[in-house]
Ligand binder design. Structure first.
Ligand code: CTP
Ligand code: CA
Length: 222
């Protein structure tokens, strides 16, 4: 009900976002993954939909229902996530990378289950594509927002990530504050500076992030 009374500050804008971890298969039953509950990305998708945006949520494996009013595309590995993102991009004004994309995947995926009786297992890992960096490097890119989860020196790492990927906006948090929790403490970085959004429930932080984003899209400064 509350949703109906939120100002539709994102009306008429299409947003594609990624959320959750990716799962990189070793064989049909095993794989490697990252720690991510998907809660922050899902909260953001919900806040964007409430603000009137058309939302496509490209999600890795998580235990969360699709938010109302959001089109969810479920994927497993980073390569599938990249394909789904590029398929959803036409018409999008904004791309937000919230997913904890695995930086590596096993070079070979065994067709059949590996039997442990065969002994130890050596994995060769190959780097995954950086989905956010690829989208931001498109000739006519959407407005790109990154997330950075760091374990220390948040300001330095967040700003250098933002510059390295050429992002107009990045949301940073310390992992020890956030993983799996319902609340979080984040800092926003854009071309004009650093904006601590404080500690709050992920839903409330998502609302504040969407407010900041809508202001930047409208050509304003916070
Ligand atoms: N990202 C992505 N594709 C990847 C890796 C990261 O789209 N293969 C996005 C994430 O969704 C996030 C941002 O890039 O929005 C930063 O991710 P992060 O893991 O913090 O940074 P990396 O560039 O991967 O650097 P590192 O893990 O070494 O800190
Ligand atoms: Ca990474």
């Amino acid at each position: 009900l509350v949703a109906q009374f939120q100002p539709k500050i994102m009306a008429g804008r299409k947003v594609v976002l990624t959320a959750g971890p990716t799962f990189e298969a070793i064989d049909p039953v095993r794989g490697i993954t990252n720690s991510s509950s998907g809660k922050m990305g899902y909260a953001l998708a919900r806040a964007l939909a409430r603000a009137g945006a058309e939302v496509v949520l490209v999600s890795g494996p998580v235990a969360l229902p699709a938010p109302a009013g959001v089109r969810r595309v479920s994927v497993r590995g980073a390569l599938d996530m990249r394909d789904a993102v590029f398929a959803a991009l036409p018409g999008a004004e904004v791309f937000i990378g919230v997913a904890a994309v695995a930086d590596y995947r096993p070079q070979q995926r065994a067709e059949h289950k590996i039997k442990k009786a065969e002994g130890g297992l050596e994995l060769v890992l190959t780097p995954n594509p950086d989905i956010l960096a690829e989208v931001a490097a498109l000739p006519n890119p959407p407005f790109c927002v990154g997330f950075a989860a760091e374990s220390r020196e948040l300001d330095a790492y967040a700003e250098s990530k933002r510059r390295a990927k050429g992002l107009p906006m990045l949301v940073g948090n310390l992992v020890q504050d956030a993983l799996g929790a319902d609340d979080n403490e984040v800092v926003l970085y854009d071309d004009n500076g650093r904006y601590p959004l404080g500690r709050a429930a992920k839903d409330e932080l998502a609302r504040r992030i969407v407010e900041h984003l809508a202001t930047l899209l409208a050509g304003g400064e916070m």
